[in-house]
Design a protein around this ligand. Structure first.
Ligand SMILES: Cc1ncc(COP(=O)(O)O)c(C=O)c1O
Length: 300
């Protein structure tokens, strides 16, 4: 019952890439479902199965005001018949503060707004609110999330043998799933969306179910989480104009694609390399400048 379709693996036919002789594929997890997209579905799937097996009909989770995980959990709850509660960081917020919270509220998620200090004690909050709920951690990363991402890796290997599999990195759960699903000589590269303090690689190593090497690139975070520059926005706009069936967003997938293109231009990947970039969804978080662009490029 917790089944959504496999996502396509699409070869990017971009004239900008022709001189470099690499094959860039996009794993279109953004197309899995209109709302439960990308890595969110991968991370939720086995958790929903487990919740149902354990007899829960309510999910509880945590997130910030713009959390894609809150958005997707609310939608998944509605789709698969779970009540949902979201504990949200920021007691000044309301269900109408932004489109993410409004959407979650409209899906029937009960939103509980707590101070930043209280939010930092999530174990305490879990005890206070969570005894009748199946609790998903912030960002949705746990061992069942990794199992879900492994399933995506199986889908990729059914089609090609990738030399590199790339993903945007927030908590690192998605990258851990990718790394643990690698076969043969394939390598993984994570592109950090946040400006870390040098701790992220170690945190991801802790999530990994076994020791395995991977690369974490921290050069393309554009000064931190949700920060953008005109260069990043122009890159995304130009990419979408050349590839009109694909949208990116500026928090995760745009930064990853910028990084991949830059590394390709710098000759990082040998010719004939198969690079798979995972589209982890999150398109509801596209900023105003990109939304305008999409309308314009389609109108013209
Ligand atoms: C669209 C999108 N891509 C990538 C990520 C990063 O995933 P992870 O937290 O597993 O590193 C997130 C995280 O929230 C996300 O919303």
């Amino acid at each position: 019952m917790f089944q959504l379709p496999h996502s396509p693996l699409e070869l990017i036919k971009d004239p900008l890439l022709t001189p470099y002789g690499v094959n860039l594929y996009l794993k279109r997890d953004d197309l899995i479902h209109p709302e439960v997209t990308g890595n969110k579905w991968r991370k939720l799937k086995f958790n929903l199965i487990e919740a149902r097996l354990q007899g829960y009909d309510k999910l509880l989770t945590f997130g910030g005001a713009y959390s894609n995980h809150i958005y997707a959990t609310a939608a998944a709850g509605k789709e698969f018949g779970f009540k949902t509660v979201g504990i949200i960081r920021g007691d000044e917020l309301t269900p109408y503060s932004n489109p993410t919270l409004r959407f979650a509220h409209e899906q029937g998620m009960e939103l509980i707004f707590v101070t930043r200090l209280d939010y930092s004690f999530r174990n305490k909050l879990t005890k206070q609110y969570g005894d009748k709920y199946y609790v998903l951690p912030e960002g949705g990363t746990n061992h069942l999330a990794i199992k879900g991402v492994n399933e995506m890796m199986d889908e990729i290997y059914e089609v090609i043998k990738p030399d590199f599999v790339c993903s945007a990195v927030g908590t690192g759960g998605t990258l851990a799933g990718i790394v643990s699903g690698l076969r043969g000589n394939s390598k993984a590269i994570g592109f950090a969306s946040l400006k870390g303090k040098g701790l992220l690689k170690g945190q991801i190593e802790k999530i990994l179910p076994f020791e395995k090497d991977f690369e974490l690139n921290e050069q393309y975070h554009f000064d931190g989480y949700a920060k953008t520059t005109p260069e990043l926005i122009s890159f995304i706009r130009a990419f979408e104009e050349r590839n009109p069936s694909i949208q990116l967003e500026q928090v995760y997938t745009g930064k990853m694609m910028f990084g991949i293109y830059d590394l390709i231009k710098k000759g990082y990947f040998p010719r004939n390399t198969n690079i798979v970039a995972v589209h982890t969804g999150g398109l509801q978080g596209r900023c105003e400048e990109l939304r305008e662009n999409f309308v314009l490029s389609y109108a013209s």
